[in-house]
Design a protein around this ligand. Structure first.
Ligand SMILES: CC(C)(COP(=O)(O)OP(=O)(O)OC[C@H]1O[C@@H](n2cnc3c(N)ncnc32)[C@H](O)[C@@H]1OP(=O)(O)O)[C@@H](O)C(=O)NCCC(=O)NCCS
Length: 171
């Protein structure tokens, strides 16, 4: 059974599971900010940076399947005076072994539930053009804004377009 849990700090075992999750995700070809092959120490340092940043400006959830972390997502609420209704959704990832079972849908629904609850009614994200993630966001009624050509390298180092999406939770 899959459950979603907000993580405010992590045990060594949870850090290890998060590291394995991002290694499998990036080394499996997903464009989430890293080139492949991703080194374990870079992955560990990444999560260390996330964990120390958790607070008003960054919220982290994990999806667990039978107690094992199989997915995660982050929300970065804007801290700007004029953007307190807004948040960026980032780093949605599901372990390759757990895909196609609705895990990302569960994570996205939980992020939306949380965001509504704290008055963050405008969510924004970007995603590599043509990725599976794009289909998932469209399935969840995110609105496509447009493309930025050559925005980021894919895991193989080739520049790819990104697509910006938003979801208005108040409409
Ligand atoms: C994108 C990703 C998170 C999807 O995770 P997942 O758990 O396999 O997705 P789900 O099984 O929850 O599917 C999500 C929903 O989208 C739908 N969906 C999935 N693929 C789809 C596709 N190609 N076209 C249309 N709908 C699709 C599913 O039917 C599901 O809807 P439902 O819950 O209403 O049945 C996963 O493939 C991943 O981790 N990719 C690598 C990391 C990445 O690219 N992250 C995005 C960064 S922007």
């Amino acid at each position: 059974m899959t459950s979603i849990r907000r993580l405010e700090q992590a045990t060594p075992a949870e850090r290890q599971a998060l590291t394995e999750l991002i290694l499998a995700t990036v080394n499996g070809g997903a464009s989430i900010g890293f080139l492949a092959p991703l080194a374990p120490e870079v992955a560990e340092a990444y999560w260390q940076g996330v964990l120390v940043s958790l607070g008003p400006g960054l919220v982290l959830w994990v999806a667990e399947h039978d107690g094992r972390i199989v997915g995660s997502v982050q929300l970065a609420p804007s801290l700007r005076q004029n953007g307190l209704h807004r948040a960026d959704l980032m780093k949605l990832m599901v372990h390759p072994s757990a895909r196609g079972q609705g895990v990302s849908s569960r994570l996205l629904r939980e992020v939306e539930r949380f965001a509504r609850g704290v008055g963050r009614t405008l969510l924004v994200l970007d995603s590599e053009l043509g990725s599976t993630a794009e289909s998932v966001y469209q399935h969840h009624q995110w609105q496509r804004v447009g493309e930025i050509p050559g925005y980021a390298k894919d895991t193989g180092g080739v520049l790819r377009s990104t697509v910006v999406y938003y979801k208005n939770l108040s409409s």
